[in-house]
Design a protein around this ligand. Structure first.
Ligand code: SAH
Ligand code: SF4
Ligand code: F3S
Length: 471
């Protein structure tokens, strides 16, 4: 094919074209019967969803997947930049791939994801790890086949960081990791610029998918047996902004809820500044939306919330929570918290403790503040020592353990609909979840995995429940 013809293709035609070429090369170059890829994903569900698209493309090019990097013809790390710890792990694990490359020189090693959208990090990785052949950022996902082909065909290293952060690419094939639990992206990017957060810089501007594309995908997932579907976005409550449709997130999820079938709908993440009563009402009146609200509050101190640029205060947060509890009495509420934001005092931190005591969360994702280069918070004065922050952090965990244990004990004796997810190899129990996203462990046969059951809760062990399947 002539270069000019390829240039005129749209991105989907290009994808098909390059995936065919990759298949041809790999038919010769593969080490086993079929070409094999190892994909490791760090970070949030957004990254997991992106990896599922890359797997979809590789699957189209004839690849199988392995969880052993040693077996692979292609190794990809999809990276996360949200905290320093996440980045350090990637640096360590990429370093360790050197031995694999030495053993199997034909294996092609690639890096993608959020870390690669930070110029200083992407360059550092590219320069530190000469055995990495391909580097691309989150905005180049749709070009993956072309980039991979270029690295394979030329044998030269490929480094691509695109600035196109405003577009949506429909129609990329997806190979989901799960057969009954799956992610459905409804929007990409974030415009909120919380002062501590790198996400808006590495994921680009907020943009929503057309509702018709989302309904179509939801219908396909439900019809092919998905039982637990999570709608994904950094701030799902602002879904639809700039789309030119008469729609809100509440309306979107309300419409999906009308699709017939036996399934749960979840969503994350909600931002308290945009979480509407309309959404809570929709949840309360729905057939399928789970009784779970993940609503990160980050800090209980109004002073710190302001410095974080969160656009709500403690009072507003509590108002939404109380409204949700009133409309959906057994709702399970979870949250994210940052401890030790620059300038936070112990007095501020105590406000966070008092908020978690007031709300009684089912569980919390707790993080010690990690400065991210290029964000406003990284330039703020941060006089509290790491040891002190870690003491506060421990205090928070202890308080939350008590609350979670109390909340779980109150469920003993109740009957709960559960989805059986997996077999816990350690204790031989079936690992299940209720609508509130609480883990319920039950005795039972592996054949139940992927089905809904009813369990009677017999015991609470901190934040995990034990139950007996009764139907
Ligand atoms: N869009 C989501 C969260 C995305 S990041 C929201 O707004 O809730 C997931 C969580 O990581 C955040 O809720 C926050 O608690 C935490 N986080 C983000 N940046 C961080 C940083 N620099 N240091 C520590 N925790 C951070
Ligand atoms: Fe980060 Fe805030 Fe956007 Fe969430 S809403 S991704 S915390 S900037
Ligand atoms: Fe990490 Fe990127 Fe998600 S920075 S938390 S993988 S959006």
């Amino acid at each position: 094919m002539k270069d000019a013809n390829v240039r005129e293709m749209n991105y989907l035609e290009k994808q098909d074209y390059y995936l065919k070429l990759i298949a041809e090369i790999m038919a010769v170059r593969k080490r086993g019967d079929k070409p094999v890829a190892f994909i490791h994903t760090y970070g949030c569900q957004q990254n997991v969803a992106d990896s599922e698209k890359i797997k979809g493309m590789l699957h189209q090019a004839g690849f199988d997947f392995s969880d052993r990097p040693d077996d692979a013809d292609f190794i990809l790390f999809n990276t996360c930049a949200v905290r320093e710890h996440a980045e350090d792990r990637v640096f360590g694990n990429v370093g360790a791939l050197k031995n694999i490359k030495r053993k199997h020189p034909s294996t092609l090693i690639a890096l993608c994801g959020c870390m690669m959208e930070q110029k200083h990090i992407a360059e550092r990785m590219y320069n530190s790890f000469p055995f990495v052949s391909l580097v691309f950022g989150t905005h180049s996902l749709q070009n993956f086949p072309e980039l991979y082909y270029r690295a394979l065909f030329t044998g030269k290293r490929v480094y691509e960081r695109d600035n196109d952060d405003k577009l949506i690419y429909e129609g990329i094939p997806t190979k989901r990791d799960g057969t009954f639990k799956g992610w459905l992206s409804i929007m990409y990017g974030c415009d909120n610029f919380c002062t501590y957060c790198i996400v808006p810089y590495v994921r680009g501007r907020e943009r929503s998918r057309k509702s018709a594309d989302i309904y179509k995908e939801a219908r396909e997932m439900i019809n092919s047996g998905y039982k637990d579907i999570t709608l994904l976005g950094q701030n799902v409550n602002s879904y639809g902004k700039g789309l030119g449709e008469d729609i809100s997130f509440a309306k979107l999820i309300g419409e999906i809820d009308k699709i017939p079938g036996d399934y749960w709908l979840r969503f994350m993440t909600s931002h308290p500044k945009d979480c509407s009563r309309e959404l809570i009402d929709t949840m309360a009146n729905s057939q399928h939306i789970s009784k779970h609200l993940h609503l990160p509050f980050q800090s209980g101190s109004d002073r710190i919330l302001k410095k974080m640029n969160r656009h709500y205060d403690r009072k507003k947060y509590i108002e939404i929570i109380n409204y949700a509890k009133e409309k959906i009495p057994d709702i399970s509420i979870t949250s994210d918290i940052i401890v030790g934001f620059p300038g936070e005092t112990y007095e501020d931190f105590k406000e966070t403790l008092s908020l978690i005591r007031e709300v009684k969360f089912t569980s919390l994702f707790t993080f010690i503040y990690s400065p991210r280069l290029g964000t406003p918070a990284a330039k703020m004065d941060d006089p509290i020592s790491a040891e002190e922050k870690s003491k506060w952090f421990q205090e928070l965990l202890t308080v939350q353990e008590e609350i979670a244990a109390e909340r779980c004990s109150s469920m003993v004796g109740k009957k709960e609909k559960i989805l059986v997810e997996s077999l816990n190899q350690k204790n031989g129990k079936l690992q299940c979840r209720n609508s509130g996203n609480i883990i319920v462990e039950c005795d039972g046969d592996e054949s139940l995995i992927g089905t809904f059951q009813t369990a009677e809760i017999t015991q609470a062990r901190n934040w995990i429940l034990r139950g007996k399947i009764i139907n």
